[in-house]
Write a protein that binds this ligand. Structure first.
Ligand code: ATP
Ligand code: MG
Length: 541
């Protein structure tokens, strides 16, 4: 791009992001978006959002709408919004031009026969009996294809290139097929549709795209891309350049597989927080900043190795560290009664909202005789080095007092139902008490004032680390769906969280970052999605 600007080949860089509206965007698309929009931006250029909607069978308005929303949410603004289907007439006339030049012919072979005739990597293909049809006959047949005189699959239009080419993509590829179907944009105007490999270069040329950036699986198609640009005599001459696909561990990314997860109800929609879709990541609580930083850090090489999903987690932690208020939530409550605390007393304690970002200020949290702590923060028979609550041990309550465990109350089956503690008023947080030290600091919420809340905890949806690799492409990935990918539990949060809004984000002390779920959260009961836990094994090198 730099060279093309410097040599004056182009005076403006134009790129495009060309999704097919046959599913929701996923994080792999985010890479394509960041590259296409980002590079054009670097050169003060332009980027179109183009719906590559040349296949009437799988496309839908719902997908068009979601794609627009997701691109905007990621922080990008397209120059023009285009639909490839608006160019059908122009593509048709380019096909007619090819026929007139003797560079395309109508073929009667079936799809299967075409495959047989195509040959293999080691053997050349052979000519179809229709290959030498006259230009007049081809023009007539192609027009009749358009007019609907033939059924699906009865005829195709093929480019006439070289049946012996070492690049199989050049062995007379099909460029038009018959499909009697209703198209989401053009309705029943057409019953013939251009194939992707023919349509894409024309779309780029029509829009004046200078650099057509795509993933490496199109590398073998580049000679045909260039053939189309040359033979169709387009005014503008776009150039295709490939980059490596983004693959992430424990993630399937192809829309076909994601659609299967939705259709077969493994998840509750394209925006399920376990999905690698942009809408799923948004609902889970990932931010556009984190996604962009992540994609930039993965780079634009041609390699397509797997990126550790922990890397994406790393970037959302980084982004939320200074932005998300810190608060306390109890996921698995255990009641603690502070027996020497006055029955009716409630005091308000000062708490910082984010010790790493003073600007976020402070809040007041109620404290009284009964509180909840985490079940796992108490053990009757603790192992060595357990510094939390156990009979006789003293711990610090975050923002409050030291408490000491005096008694354990059990039901008739021996299950712990309540802990009795005493507190020491001298140890109040913020008073500078230093006479004695304790090793454990627990989070808690006041039992009387806490708000019931639902927590949704997630594990990877796919257990196979490299589910999307070439080697695994024939495996049924559904066998590796994690049956424990979602855990729903009921707990409590601080009363300050009474008015949370969908998509508000918090760090719950010692647990992780959470997002208010836009689908299930209500004003009666907030629902929090775990975005990421606080612990990370990931190191950015
Ligand atoms: P899928 O295989 O997931 O269905 P696709 O490539 O068919 O994806 P398109 O709608 O054609 O989906 O993709 C739009 C653009 O996004 C294309 O240029 C494509 O190369 C790019 N893209 C898709 N998946 C990835 C990925 N995993 N990494 C980088 N770019 C991707
Ligand atoms: Mg596709």
């Amino acid at each position: 791009m730099k060279e093309d600007i410097e040599t004056g080949k182009h005076n403006k860089i134009v790129t495009r992001f060309p999704p097919e509206p046959n599913g929701y965007l996923h994080i792999g698309h985010a890479k394509s978006i960041v590259i296409n929009f980002g590079l054009a931006d670097d050169f003060n250029g332009l980027t179109n959002l183009r719906f590559d909607d040349t296949n009437p069978l799988k496309e839908d308005q719902e997908y068009v709408d979601s794609i627009k929303e997701d691109v905007k949410w990621l922080g990008y603004d397209w120059d023009e919004l285009r639909f490839a289907s608006d160019y059908f007439e122009e593509m048709y006339s380019k096909a007619v031009l090819l026929i007139k030049k003797g560079k395309a012919y109508v073929d009667d072979l079936s799809a299967e026969q075409i495959r047989e005739y195509r040959g293999t990597l080691t053997e050349p293909g052979k000519d179809s009996p229709s290959r030498n049809r006259s230009i007049e006959e081809n023009l007539d047949l192609f027009e009749r294809m358009r007019n609907g005189e033939f059924g699906n699959g009865e005829k195709v239009l093929r480019a006439k290139i070289d049946m012996a080419s070492p690049n199989i993509n050049l062995r007379d590829p099909v460029i038009y097929r018959i499909a009697h179907a209703i198209h989401h944009n053009t309705g029943d105007t057409w019953c013939i549709y251009p194939m992707y490999a023919f349509a894409h270069p024309l779309e780029d040329a029509i829009e004046g795209v200078t650099h057509s950036l795509c993933t490496v699986e199109f590398e073998d198609q580049r000679p045909f891309y260039e053939w189309v640009i040359a033979e169709c005599e387009t005014e503008s001459k776009p150039r295709q350049i490939e980059f490596g696909r983004l693959n992430i561990t424990n993630t399937v990314m192809s829309k076909r597989k994601l659609k299967q997860l939705v259709d077969e109800k493994f998840v509750d929609g394209w925006d399920d927080p376990r999905m690698p879709t942009i809408s799923g990541l948004r609902r889970r609580g990932f931010t556009p900043e984190a996604i962009r930083e992540f994609v930039n850090a993965t780079g634009v090489s041609k390699g397509s190795g797997f990126v550790d999903s922990a890397m994406l987690d790393h970037f959302v932690r980084e982004d939320l560290k200074l932005k998300a208020p810190r608060t306390m939530g109890i996921l698995r409550p255990l009641k603690v009664v502070i027996t020497n605390y006055p029955e009716d007393k409630v005091e308000m304690l000062d708490a910082e909202n984010n010790p790493e970002n003073e600007e976020m200020g402070t809040r007041q949290i109620p404290f009284s005789r009964e509180i909840y702590i985490e079940q796992e923060d108490f053990m009757e028979d603790p192992p060595k080095k357990y510094f939390r609550l156990f009979p006789g041990n003293e711990v610090r309550l975050k923002h409050a007092y030291f408490i000491k465990c005096e008694d354990v109350i059990k039901d008739e089956n021996g299950n712990v139902i309540e802990i009795h503690c005493t507190y020491d008023p001298k140890t109040k947080s913020g008073t500078g008490f230093t006479d004695r030290k304790v090793k454990g600091t627990l989070h808690w919420v006041d039992a009387k004032h806490a708000i019931p809340a639902e927590f949704r905890l997630y594990e990877p949806l796919i257990l196979d680390e490299e589910a999307d690799s070439e080697e695994n492409s024939s495996k049924n990935f559904l066998e590796n769906v994690n049956p424990n990918s979602l855990q729903i539990i009921q707990g409590f949060v601080e009363p300050n969280l009474k008015d949370v809004k969908p998509q508000d984000k918090f760090q719950f002390f010692r647990h992780g970052y959470f997002n208010v779920d836009p689908k299930y959260s209500t004003s009666e009961k907030p629902v929090f999605n775990l975005i990421v836990s606080l612990k990370s094994s990931f190191k950015l090198t």
